[in-house]
Design a protein around this ligand. Structure first.
Ligand SMILES: CC(C)=CCC/C(C)=C/CC/C(C)=C/C=C/C(C)=C/C=C/C=C(C)/C=C/C=C(C)/C=C/C=C(C)/C=C/CC(C)(C)O
Ligand SMILES: C[S@@+](CC[C@H](N)C(=O)[O-])C[C@H]1O[C@@H](n2cnc3c(N)ncnc32)[C@H](O)[C@@H]1O
Length: 370
């Protein structure tokens, strides 16, 4: 609920007084909330330190090693490549974050969150590539002022800031394509659970990366034909992937630039998965318009990506992706309402939002062509 202006000003005046903060931390009725808010502020202050502890766990392969079972610090230290004291400090920190679990007697097991990391290798890949994002975020004000022309992330995402992304070679696309393939496993089933492709014949995945999303869709729906469109070097990777998966003539991969080349025809459903948020406001509609133009009347477009303002996950859209994309040099997270307006503006007729099981990672809009 939004407070009226005068009440808001009063609340903020009161909350900013150290005497009130102290009183609220003691008074039994306000104490739990005061402590929770202090802890929340502390977590924001300490976020980078927590992230670096996770980075260290991933680099020394702590979670894979603990997945073998409970071990003592003395046993773990040489396996982690750390001195005993360093290993103990890391394990205590990891246990406090529930990445590991202290078992007594200087022994440690996998924690609940560490176990989740083992099950999702895509998260570890994200953590490792964050080294670039954090280097770019070192001076966030300079970034906001547009004063950092050389950024690691911009070099990593080879299609950003160039008029000719289709010229990118295999080397330039391999890093981000692998990262996207790994993390796509956190996304594809959530989208395919939310929207059934039973009634569709052919799915075109625009900017579909190495084809992980289409392979998942094709395995789930054996009647479905799938077409991938991406930059030539990425489409080449997808072609090889489709062959390895034995999809035969059910799957095609076509290389090109969405802004210059026509999309392949024949699909009755198109997907844009983690694509629109990569592009600035003047450019993102080009992707949606191209999808609309290739669809027949009544065809559907699926837009799946993390969105701004997701209830319960607000900082993931506007803080994490907002600043990640700023460092990358292109795009922004958008609310479902902003995306809906964009889709209606390029010729779609009806747009509805469908619930996904983990909206923090991806939300889903389905648009129908008039
Ligand atoms: C015991 C049981 C059954 C339940 C107990 C309750 C419970 C839930 C306990 C916790 C244990 C548990 C099972 C946890 C499960 C956790 C899971 C599944 C966690 C998943 C986490 C996913 C994360 C942290 C994903 C992170 C993704 C990131 C950081 C993505 C970044 C994406 C980027 C940078 C994309 C860039 C692409 C671009 C350029 C923007 O387009
Ligand atoms: C963030 S990735 C998402 C990949 C995939 N959809 C996924 O979710 O894993 C964005 C993709 O857009 C592709 N891309 C960027 N600009 C493009 C353009 N102008 N034409 C075609 N593909 C493009 C990139 O090569 C990359 O594979």
């Amino acid at each position: 609920m939004r407070l009226p202006e005068p009440l808001l000003a009063l609340r903020n005046r009161v909350l900013s007084k150290p005497e009130f903060q102290r009183w609220a931390s003691i008074f039994p009725l306000t104490r739990p909330r005061a402590q929770r808010r202090a802890r929340e502020l502390f977590d924001i202050v300490a976020g980078f330190v927590y992230s670096q502890i996770l980075q260290a766990c991933v680099q020394v392969r702590l979670f894979e090693i603990l997945a073998e079972g409970t071990q003592s610090v003395d046993e773990l230290a040489p396996r982690l490549g750390l001195p005993v004291e360093g290993a103990r400090r890391l394990l205590r920190a990891a246990a406090s974050l529930e990445l590991a679990e202290a078992r007594g007697g200087d022994r440690y097991a996998l924690g609940e969150l560490g176990a989740a990391m083992v099950g999702n290798p895509g998260i570890a890949a994200m953590v490792e590539h964050h080294a670039m994002a954090y280097a770019d975020l070192k001076d966030p004000v300079a970034l906001l002022r547009g004063e950092l022309p050389q950024r690691a992330l911009q070099g990593y995402w080879a299609y950003v800031g160039t008029e000719a992304p289709a010229a990118a070679g295999e080397q330039a696309v391999s890093g981000y394509s692998e990262l996207m393939a790994q993390s796509q496993r956190l996304i594809a089933d959530d989208v395919l659970d939310a929207y059934s492709l039973q009634g569709h014949r052919c799915l075109l995945d625009v900017a579909g990366g190495d084809g992980t999303f289409l392979v998942t869709a094709a395995k789930r729906w054996p009647h479905l034909r799938v077409i991938l469109f991406d930059l030539p070097a990425v489409a080449e990777r997808a072609r090889a992937r489709f062959q390895r998966e034995g999809l035969g003539d059910r799957a095609t991969a076509i290389g090109g630039d969405v802004r210059r080349d026509p999309l392949p025809e024949g699909a009755d459903v198109v997907s844009l998965v983690r694509v629109l948020h990569d592009h600035d406001d003047h450019d993102a509609p080009n992707f949606a318009r191209a999808a609309c133009q290739t669809l027949p009347e009544g065809g559907r477009l699926l837009v799946a990506e993390p969105m701004s303002g997701t209830p319960g996950a607000e900082p993931i859209g506007d803080a994490y992706f907002g600043f990640y994309l700023l460092a990358m040099g292109s795009g922004r997270p958008r609310t479902p309402a902003e995306l809906t307006e964009m889709l209606l503006g390029v010729g779609f007729d009806r747009v509805r939002q469908i619930r996904t099981i983990r909206p923090m990672l991806t939300q889903l809009l389905v648009a129908q062509r008039a």
